[in-house]
Design a protein. Structure first.
Length: 195
């Protein structure tokens, strides 16, 4: 039986939300495995992703051009907002027809778009956890879903600057499926913040 995007997102959210809730203000300027983002910018980006992919689930257009500033500009609690928006994301992808047809101006099959946000939520949660010294273990079912999907998207992702060049991994049994996902996106699975 195929897992629904909403079920997979719910599982991914259960692991991502505690990471964002665990980010302290003192860590916002720290580097992340995404060299172009510090913790603040990556968290802002992830909130933007979660909001925009709600619209894409509803076959509406999304705006990724604006530089997000949820942490600095939002008068409310950005951590709680992330939790709330992630719950809305799960609900949006559970709506009837969310996985059918194409999504927004992207013009991709809806399930492919669902895989994109599932990958972002999982990989960026790892980025933020690693950057802020938190533990993160993804759901194996999510990893099993995003591994082949991201491998298929990788050439387009690299061309668009969303993925780096693959990080080289040894061919041995000690490499996990999630390590392979991270390496596929250009990340070193053993990345640690600079001392």
């Amino acid at each position: 039986m195929t897992n629904t995007i909403s079920d997979l997102l719910e599982s991914a959210a259960q692991r991502a939300v505690p990471v964002v809730l665990g980010i302290t203000d003192e860590r916002l300027a720290d580097p992340t495995p995404c060299s172009e983002y510090d913790v603040r910018a990556l968290t802002d980006h992830l909130i933007q992703v979660v909001i925009n992919f709600q619209a894409l689930a509803a076959k509406k257009n999304a705006d990724f051009a604006a530089v997000p500033h949820y942490i600095d500009d939002d008068a409310g609690d950005w951590r709680a907002r992330f939790a709330d928006e992630t719950a809305r994301l799960v609900a949006a992808w559970a709506a009837p027809g969310a996985e059918e047809g194409t999504s927004g101006t992207m013009g991709f099959p809806a399930r492919t778009v669902g895989h994109m946000v599932l990958g972002d939520l999982t990989v960026h949660a790892w980025d933020l956890a690693r950057a802020t010294g938190q533990e993160f273990t993804p759901d194996p079912a999510v990893v099993g879903e995003i591994g082949p999907a991201l491998a298929e998207m990788a050439p387009m992702g690299r061309k668009g600057g969303m993925f780096g060049e693959p990080f080289p991994l040894p061919d041995d049994e000690g490499v996990s499926d999630f390590d392979r996902v991270l390496a596929l996106t250009g990340r070193d699975p053993h990345w640690r913040p600079p001392a």
